[in-house]
Ligand binder design. Sequence first.
Ligand code: UDP
Ligand code: MG
Length: 327
Amino acid sequence: MSGEAEITILIPCFNEEAVLPSLYSRLEALRADCSYRGYAYKFMFVDDGSKDDTRNLIKEFASTRDYVEYIFLSRNFGKEKAMFAGIEHIDSDAMVIIDADLQDPPELIPQMVELWEQGYDDVYARRRSRKGESWLKRTTSSMYYSLLQKISRVEIQRDTGDFRLLDRKCIEALRGLRESERNSKALFSWIGFKKIEFLYDRDERVAGKSKWNYFQLLHLAIDGLTSFTTAPLRIATYCGLVSSVGAFVYAVFILLRTLVVGVEVPGYASLLVFMLLLGGLNLLSLGIVGEYLGRVFLQTKERPNYLVQEMRLGDSAQRHSMRHGDE
Ligand code: UDP
Ligand code: MG
């Protein structure tokens, strides 16, 4: 796998004008590096509806270099869709997904390529440390992953993001997964293939702001859960079952007690507690069903995953250029 092999580096960008120049110079440095020889490197920037100068910067990079490709989406679709736009248009032997904010050091790419040369299809980076993250974020994320692993069938990679190298096999597999509610973590796990992790220190964002807040993280967590497994539906069923049996047993007990002891007025507290508990469980299970139903709803609309405003692809990828997401 050397010589003519082509590797595309995919960079989803959303309002990244502050970091793009330094990212670009580090990518260029890599291209020039000896360890890079023997591969044709391409950079594909997917702009996810940036409102700042990101597009102009990308066009500037592309203006004199034919190995810089870009896809500008018609609005902000979210990182998942932006990555999918890239995946749909990349026609290389391998691709590397990297964040624009330099949290994933581009200098690690040669190591990833080496592992790929050894025959691995999915070389994913696992965070050794979680610098710059609060204690709360670290513990909640660790609890979340243990829970997810327990109730899900596929193996889940902890402390990994989207920073990874994917072989053509994986790219094609991902292209074939056409769900509208994409959760790349679940999809990367689901496709399988020969995976290997390597540890790295995730840097802090060089400039600009992270686009995530706690509420969005919760949203992402629910997304992850519902796209990995339908176990919550079953949990809801079990909860319902247990509380119904409990309620039945309690009803029999009350009935017998009333027959033996007579009518008793106190009991307001226990009544209220049970009502609230059952009401809560009811709402929770309804909510869980709703989460899945919502996904069914979105999928049945069969809307495209994203729309392209403008794009420029190199020669080898030109044949995909008429694609517009999900058709
Ligand atoms: N991103 C994107 N669309 C979005 C939000 C983010 O393409 O709607 C890109 C962003 O430009 C960056 C990457 O996704 O390259 C990761 O985003 P961010 O750094 O905000 O996330 P974090 O590193 O905090 O998880
Ligand atoms: Mg970041």
